[in-house]
Write a protein that binds this ligand. Structure first.
Ligand SMILES: [Zn+2]
Length: 115
């Protein structure tokens, strides 16, 4: 079973669909911040709603952080993959690795024009 077949079967990101690179990093989805906003709002309203709003806020916070947990991003073309199970091989953003990647891309661009 090759990696393309495995990717379509397990739904885990193995290679990029745009540039076919296999280098990815994961990070928190910025939409999770919305959950913190709802939680803060519900805490602010808790006095007038006798604490019922806190339950709703807590539920929204939990739901949003579960729904938008992590996103996988390609190092080469920065394509973002939402709502995919996280591949355990993918780590957080590594600056050293990204710099190496960037140099590789620049070297390709520096090649003389052959026509
Ligand atoms: Zn890519």
């Amino acid at each position: 079973m090759d990696s393309y077949e495995r990717q379509s079967r397990t739904n885990v990101v193995i290679h990029c669909l745009i540039c076919k690179s296999q280098d990815f990093f994961v990070r928190d989805n910025p939409k999770r911040i919305l959950g913190i906003l709802y939680l803060g709002l519900s805490l602010g309203c808790a006095y007038w709603t006798y604490g019922v709003s806190m339950l709703i806020g807590l539920f929204l916070f939990k739901w949003l952080s579960h729904r938008y947990s992590k996103i996988t991003i390609c190092y080469d073309c920065y394509t973002k993959y939402y709502n995919f199970p996280v591949n355990p091989l993918h780590k957080e953003y590594n600056l050293e690795f990204a710099t190496k990647k960037e140099k590789e891309i620049r070297n390709i661009r520096k090649l003389p024009n052959l026509y």
